[in-house]
Design a protein around this ligand. Structure first.
Ligand SMILES: NC(=O)c1ccc[n+]([C@@H]2O[C@H](COP(=O)([O-])OP(=O)(O)OC[C@H]3O[C@@H](n4cnc5c(N)ncnc54)[C@H](O)[C@@H]3O)[C@@H](O)[C@H]2O)c1
Ligand SMILES: O=C(O)C(=O)C[C@]1(C(=O)O)C=C[C@@H](O)C=C1
Length: 305
């Protein structure tokens, strides 16, 4: 693959930034990679792992002469960092981010972008419950979607180059309207995380009564909940604070359905439960049959059952 950007500046050196650095190196997409982290320890680790060629103690220093700047920090600090780097951006540079919420990030970064800089928000739909520069791996984005939310006046050449970068890092790329992105992600990622956090909290309360039984005899579903609930508290606090409306909308619908199922259980309404579970099973099967979840262990077997 050809070098797409001569100098890439990563602001924040955690899971996503370190995975991007490794994926860019794997495909030779960046001439050089520089990174900013607040702590000297993080900067030292990133250098030691070969993620970056140079470390910068300030974000402003990091973006100087960069032709791609990527904000890889929690959504809540993007405003302050964009304000800091805005005056130091090179003319014609592309600025993007990997934040899990898009409307709030656009409101935070957009106003600080000088004329002549191309700001194209992004969100790779790939991650783990781990954080920090040691958590990254080159394959994180392989065959995962990256959603870009360009504006109407986004420069087509800048957009194509950023799309090529994500494709070069192994991802599939799609475009979406920011408000639609936030609603879709509230359904597929944000609310499920809140449910996992809640369920693990409930189990923790129970554990005081039943010692370690809850964890010891955890079935796969609950183990997955505990993995999800181990995700970074700062990142997820910011997701809920900045995608408030969409998350509250989906949580409202979730609560209504939950109450209906709760009532069916209390009343012994087996028909309601059976009908509901039949509908959800059909949804899963249609996803598999449409080839939308090739990672699924039951991929291709839905018709057989
Ligand atoms: N973890 C995931 O599953 C995932 C997936 C896709 C997108 N994202 C998004 O990517 C972004 C980064 O997430 P991550 O998983 O890499 O988190 P991370 O915790 O691994 O890394 C974030 C880094 O930002 C640094 N940071 C925080 N505040 C800072 C500040 N004021 N100045 C400079 N650095 C600061 C932290 O020290 C840390 O090194 C978030 O916006 C998140 O919403 C996360
Ligand atoms: O697998 C995980 O650990 C994740 O939760 C990753 C996940 C997701 O919900 O799919 C989490 C947040 C991101 O914004 C994108 C991806």
């Amino acid at each position: 693959m050809p070098v797409l950007y001569d100098k890439v500046a990563l602001i924040g050196l955690g899971l996503i930034a370190s995975s991007m650095a490794l994926a860019m190196r794997r495909a030779g997409l960046a001439g050089s990679i520089v990174g900013h982290a607040r702590s000297a320890d993080t900067r030292a680790v990133a250098l030691e792992l070969g993620l970056i060629d140079a470390a910068c103690a300030t974000a402003a220093e990091c973006v100087a002469d960069a032709d791609l700047v990527v904000f890889c920090v929690p959504v809540g600090v993007m405003d302050a960092l964009a304000a800091e780097v805005g005056p130091h951006l090179a003319p014609g540079a592309c600025v993007t981010d990997v934040g899990s919420v898009k409307q709030a990030v656009i409101a935070a970064i957009g106003p600080h972008m000088p004329a002549g800089v191309h700001f194209i928000p992004g969100h790779p739909l790939a991650g783990t419950e781990h954080s920090g520069p040691r958590a990254g791996f080159a394959e994180l984005f392989d065959k995962r979607w990256c959603i870009l939310t360009p504006m109407e006046d986004t420069d087509p050449a800048a957009l194509t180059r950023l799309q090529d970068l994500w494709k070069g890092m192994g991802a599939y790329v799609d475009q979406m309207d920011p408000a639609h992105h936030d609603l879709v992600l509230a359904v597929t990622s944000h609310t499920p995380h809140l449910i996992a956090y809640t369920m693990v909290g409930v189990a923790d309360d129970l554990r005081r009564v039943t010692d370690s039984e809850v964890i010891k005899y955890s079935a796969a579903g609950f183990r997955d909940f505990t993995r999800i609930a181990a995700s970074d508290p700062t990142m997820w606090r910011d997701v809920f604070l900045t995608n408030k409306d969409a998350t509250l909308e989906i949580l409202g619908r979730f609560t209504e359905e939950l109450f209906a199922l709760q009532r069916a259980i209390r009343r012994g309404d087996g028909d309601h439960l059976h009908e509901y579970f039949t509908r959800t099973r059909a949804i899963r099967r249609s996803i598999i049959e449409a080839g939308q979840d090739t990672d699924a262990p039951d991929f291709g077997r839905a018709k057989v059952k």
